[in-house]
Write a protein that binds this ligand. Structure first.
Ligand code: FAD
Ligand code: NAG
Ligand code: NAG
Ligand code: NAG
Length: 534
């Protein structure tokens, strides 16, 4: 193996929350660490997602790294910061943790190969940069691969087209424009709130209504954040709740309460704002159809009250639930429904009138023609496993990871894979990922990764990989658990259902952060399912 390739103890892909935090802890422990990042700067998700209104749906200080050097010298201007403020935050992270000095930016990794003889990974990027490393940590996030449906005639359209995840750095003027927006995931909802007030006309093409929850944005002043004494306790406390927040499901079934009590409870969750109505609801919300129906009924009443036109209301907030509440990710909204009270903001139900084809001036559905000069594709991602599809990772005997996963996603602990020695990842397949607050999940996984790497150094092990049995058992449990819930009833990206041809399976660990965290702790006690080699 060419010796002119630089060697590191640890090579990390990605400089988002995960990469920055792992770099910090591993470097502190004396390892040589390098990050390869395809973006020109730190920030991860918040570098790529700069579309109008891009904003996080987790509130601060929960949506933050638990590193004192970082949080002690930072304060936010709002409870749910937007992408610009998150970018500023990452500048601060970079300054305090000195991420850039150990990062190669604009370095898009395409290949990684395990070499059994030297027990190292060799990693190659598109720009020709290479590195060898003992440990390879792919912190590439769950949304690194955009998805655009294969629309007929899209190339015929003469206007401007942008995918939300590749928004021009210089911005796009929305004022006075006639806009076609496809997709009503959180991105579509956020863009509607920005475009609605300034556009000439907006057509929102909706396949499935987003069961949006009230955000209750709040502006914060610096003085209210100057005392950080309680922060460490907050970051421990967030690990005690299902979603990694400070609120959690209540230990009651929906039907344990009277209708009056339920109404009050649901209203209190709405008033709290954020994801409370989703993951601090009755504990049987995701398992009992009646509990779920009651929650939907409340939600539907609240949303439809705000929409004046009954035709629009029937599309945005139908009487009959499009899928069990919460089995697709609800988005937070501030004035989403009010946008549709403007005569120039339309919603088109493309489940009833599917998009037939694009034309030079817009698109044609089975029922009508719509004209616009700016097309925004808020069509999301090949989520969770998709991030791995542009990346050839070859483990023992040349087996390729995305090929292994094409049949079925298989991991151990949502962290590592049999036959891929010394490879670990964060915020990816079969971890609490999409059902959790990012930094909370990352906090739990970072601890495990840092611990195992230290343990191996202490015991002179050069490699580990998950045993095949442990991987099968872990994977089977995920697939078994999901059958006890309402999740299979929704066509969601949680289960790969948004991508044609993708295997339908639960891509996330669904038992919540506390169960996940104690599972990792118990593995650390005896390294069950982990085979070390010298
Ligand atoms: C629009 C949007 C809204 C979100 N809202 C929330 C929210 O409300 N709450 C929440 O908890 N989470 C939210 N998330 C999830 C969010 O991704 C996580 O909270 C968090 O950013 C994950 O951090 P990470 O470091 O693990 O991954 P990311 O932030 O995704 O960073 C991954 C990095 O890896 C890099 N990378 C990928 N592939 C390669 C490669 N081949 N070579 C080199 N570098 C590569 C990418 O450029 C990126 O910088 C949202 C995500 C999106 C897209
Ligand atoms: C990274 O490389 C992949 C695979 O070659 C390619 O599809 C993708 O567009 C590249 N991304 C960037 C940001 O250069
Ligand atoms: C690891 O190797 C070092 C140096 O060879 C040796 O001193 C130490 O005892 C070894 N530790 C273990 C646990 O084998
Ligand atoms: C991978 O795990 C197997 C046991 O499942 C073990 O025999 C092998 O040595 C491990 N390989 C490496 C490189 O760690």
């Amino acid at each position: 193996m060419a010796s002119d390739i630089p060697y590191y103890d640890v090579l990390i892909l990605g400089a988002g929350f995960s990469g920055c935090s792992l770099l910090h802890y591993l470097r502190r422990d004396g390892f040589s660490v390098r990050i390869f990042e395809k973006a020109p700067t730190v920030g991860g998700t918040w570098y790529w997602n700069r579309y109008p209104g891009a904003r996080v749906d987790s509130d601060v200080p929960i949506y933050e790294l638990n590193i004192p050097e970082v949080y002690e010298s930072w304060s936010w201007s709002s409870r749910f910061p937007d992408w610009q403020e998150l970018r500023q935050y990452f500048k601060h992270v970079d300054k305090v943790l000195e991420v850039s000095k150990d990062t190669d930016f604009n370095t898009n990794v395409t290949d990684a190969v395990w070499d059994e003889a030297s027990q190292t990974w060799t990693v190659t990027a598109e720009n020709g940069k290479r590195a060898r490393a003992r440990f390879f940590l792919t912190c590439i996030g769950f949304a690194s691969k955009n998805f655009t449906p294969d629309f007929k005639g899209l190339s015929k359209f003469k206007g401007e087209v942008h995918h939300s995840n590749e928004w021009p750095e210089t911005g796009v003027n929305l004022e006075g424009r006639r806009i076609g927006l496809i997709g009503t995931g959180s991105t579509g909802v956020q863009i509607t709130q920005e475009a609605g007030p300034v556009c000439k006309e907006l057509f929102v093409f909706q396949r499935t209504p987003n069961l949006c929850l009230p955000m209750h944005q709040a502006y914060l002043d610096e003085s209210s954040q100057s005392d950080k004494a309680g922060y460490d306790a907050i970051y421990q406390k967030r690990l005690n709740s299902f979603g990694g927040f400070l609120f959690d499901f209540v230990k009651k079934k929906a039907t344990d309460d009277t209708p009056g009590q339920r109404e009050k409870f649901y209203q209190a969750l709405f008033d709290h704002g954020g994801f409370a109505f989703w993951v601090a609801n009755y504990y049987d919300l995701f398992t009992d159809p009646e509990s779920n129906r009651l929650a939907y009924e409340f939600w539907q009443r609240k949303a439809s009250e705000r929409i004046k036109d009954p035709k629009k209301a029937a599309i945005l907030a139908p009487k009959v639930a499009p899928h069990p509440f919460g089995t697709k990710r609800p988005s937070l909204e501030q004035n989403y429904y009010e946008q549709f009270n403007k005569p120039n903001v339309h919603v088109v139900d493309v489940s009833a009138e599917p998009i037939a084809e694009f034309t030079e001036k817009g698109l044609r559905t089975t029922d009508g023609e719509y004209e616009f000069d700016l097309l925004i594709l808020a069509t999301g991602f090949d989520a969770v496993t998709g991030s791995y599809k542009n990346l050839k990772i070859r483990g023992v005997g040349g087996v390729e990871l995305s090929e292994k996963w094409a049949k079925q996603t298989q991991t151990y602990l949502g962290l590592t894979v049999h036959d891929f020695p010394n490879l670990m990842y964060t915020y990816g397949p079969q971890a609490p990922t999409a059902f959790s607050n990012g930094p909370s999940c990352i906090q739990v996984q970072t601890k495990f990764i840092v611990d195992i790497i230290n343990y191996m150094r202490d015991h002179n092990y050069s490699s580990f990989n998950a045993t095949s049995d442990a991987e099968t058992e872990y994977t089977d449990e995920i697939n078994e658990e999901v059958t006890k819930t309402l999740f299979p009833l929704a066509k969601s990206w949680y289960m790969g259902a948004n991508i044609p041809g993708k295997k339908i399976e639960m891509l996330n660990y669904i038992k919540g952060i506390p169960a996940y965290s104690s599972l990792l702790d118990s593995v650390e006690e005896n390294w069950k399912g982990v085979a070390f080699a010298n």
